[in-house]
Design a protein around this ligand. Sequence first.
Ligand SMILES: Nc1ncnc2c1ncn2[C@@H]1O[C@H](COP(=O)(O)OP(=O)(O)O)[C@@H](O)[C@H]1O
Ligand SMILES: [Mg+2]
Length: 241
Amino acid sequence: MIEIRNVRKSFGNHEVIKGVSLEVKKGEVLCLIGASGSGKSTMLQCINGLEPIQAGEILVDGISVHAKSTDLNLLRQKLGIVFQQYNAFPHLNALENVALAPRIVRKMRPKDALEIAREHLDYVGLSAQAEQYPTSLSGGQQQRLAIARALAMKPDYMLFDEVTSALDPELVGEVLDTIRKLRTNGMTMIMVTHDIAFARESADRVAFFDGGVICEIGDARQVITAPNKERTQQFLQRVLH
Ligand SMILES: Nc1ncnc2c1ncn2[C@@H]1O[C@H](COP(=O)(O)OP(=O)(O)O)[C@@H](O)[C@H]1O
Ligand SMILES: [Mg+2]
């Protein structure tokens, strides 16, 4: 379980997360929506320990992310993260890209790491592209490769930050299908998305971020089809029309 307790985060004297509390239970899918600059990406980076916080606490399975005694490398094995930009190593083929972290971080034997990599390429539908280099893959394939790389570390949680935003429209579906499959298989996920229809269909809950706070959170269908707060209504009207 991920527990976020009254977290505050500033860049210099610009406070961008202004007291956020949130719990995500095992198996739950939470979507974060909200205008650009509302703090969604920063929130994900705080959860994964990529950014320090100024107040509050984040616990992942009871481990305090920002405690000095926490081994961030170990913690990050629990949390897979995929960003909008593709981040594969250009000099490694798809299979080697997925095998790298299991070999280096998990210290698996090369043969075992390659086997894990094959399994995960198969899971995201990229078996046929195993020998290809990232630049020869489409954007949709590169995002599926990024998901396979994260999954190969056997994370308990997946964090997605607008993973379809940079894609041509015809490539969005294949990436969303991979995320749907993860959901079906019970993966706990926090996803930042602009795709409101996808959030409504695939999330258990939706949190609407507004100016560094959660303005509204609740059942995905309720928040999107019948929001309680006027700010949420205004935002949804802007993005849906
Ligand atoms: N590394 C950074 N340094 C300074 N300001 C940042 C940094 N990252 C984000 N910000 C600022 O924090 C605010 C929230 O950004 P972000 O979390 O990226 O929002 P969102 O993902 O909702 O678009 C924005 O005002 C942004 O300019
Ligand atoms: Mg963002």
